[in-house]
Design a binder for this molecule. Structure first.
Ligand SMILES: NCc1[nH]cc(CCC(=O)O)c1CC(=O)O
Length: 317
């Protein structure tokens, strides 16, 4: 293909870093690429994400792609609405970064070492609910802003700690500032956290093929598909108190002749906060080729649990 591919991105440091990695990989594969920065309403507003709604960061980029202003859009996958955009194709899910959340605390402290009454900043209801459930006596303070702004609140002494996606810090080269990487058993990440979504126009089959063959990682795609199907089935967005993490695991399957062989399967964990702040957890394992079914089955289990726990589950109101 000898045309120049215009790759669209938001202008934040994180978005530019992510898009830079995608552009590098495409250049290595011999493509001619150019980066185009698109300003989104989400970048211009400082209101809480829960108020301005899912899609604030991604819909301007998607429109620019559908209109032909750009040929490729790179998104943080977890920021995409769960409804598919019929104008676009999800051409590639590149190998996922570490999906876990990370703590950046003063004086090198871990969560367990933070004294009672410590202020921990996060704008995410999912992170807030899971922090509260740990029962550490810490105060969760709502914050917004880019990664740099959030970390600065710790350096300035306004907060004792913030919780951020490890992947974002890794892409910005700032993992040295992490004081603890939070284990999923304490803090399940947002569905698709750490993964990128690379889109092109649905009728641009040349670009679709190039992106898919150069960038796509089928294990990352399957894991994220399961997590997102769970989220979609809970009718919840990125600001909902829902965490999910799928891992590709090795399992043993028995053949008809009695011999065993190693097969890859998906292991999915999910957490959902009720309106009372209780956490409901469930997990299941399924076929790598049936990721979405696994996500939907686990969502049904969580909804069933919530029916027993409370009359009106969070994320459905
Ligand atoms: N909602 C903001 C956002 N979108 C993607 C990332 C981090 C990178 C990723 O998860 O892929 C972040 C920052 C954060 O949650 O700390």
């Amino acid at each position: 293909m000898n045309r120049t591919l215009r790759i669209g991105t938001r202008g934040s440091a994180l978005a530019l870093a992510q898009t830079g990695h995608v552009a590098d990989a495409l250049r290595e594969a011999g493509a001619d690429v150019e980066i185009v920065t698109i300003s989104t309403p989400g970048d211009r507003s400082s209101a809480p994400i829960a108020e301005i709604g899912i899609g604030v960061f991604t819909s301007a980029l998607r429109d620019a792609l559908a209109n032909g202003e750009i040929d490729v859009a790179v998104h943080s996958y977890k920021d995409l609405p769960t409804a598919p955009d019929p104008r676009l194709s999800l051409a590639a899910v590149p190998p996922r970064e570490d999906p876990r959340d990370a703590l950046v605390a003063r004086d090198g402290l871990t969560l367990g070492e933070l004294p009672t009454g410590s202020k921990v900043g996060t704008g995410s209801p999912r992170r807030a609910a899971q922090l509260d459930a740990l029962g550490l006596g810490i105060e969760v303070v709502p914050i917004r802003g880019n990664v740099d702004t959030r970390i600065r609140k710790v350096a300035d002494g306004e907060l004792d700690a913030v919780v951020l996606a490890r992947a974002g810090l890794a892409r910005l080269g700032r993992t040295a500032e992490i004081t603890e990487t939070l284990e999923p058993i304490q803090m399940l990440p947002a569905p698709a956290q750490g993964a990128l979504a690379v889109e092109c126009r649905v009728d641009d089959v040349d670009t679709e093929h190039l992106l898919q063959s150069t960038l796509d990682d089928s294990a990352s795609r399957a894991a994220v598909a399961a997590e997102r199907a769970l989220l979609a089935a809970l009718e919840a967005g990125c600001s909902a108190p829902v965490g999910a993490l799928a891992d590709v695991v090795e399992d043993l399957a028995e053949d008809a002749d009695g011999s065993t062989r190693v097969v890859l399967r998906l292991s999915l964990r999910g957490v959902m906060a009720t309106e009372d702040g209780d956490l409901l957890r469930a997990s299941a394992t399924g076929d790598l080729t049936a990721a979405e079914e696994l996500g939907r089955a686990l969502a049904a289990e969580l909804l069933d649990l919530s029916g027993h726990a409370t009359a009106s589950p969070a994320g459905r109101s």
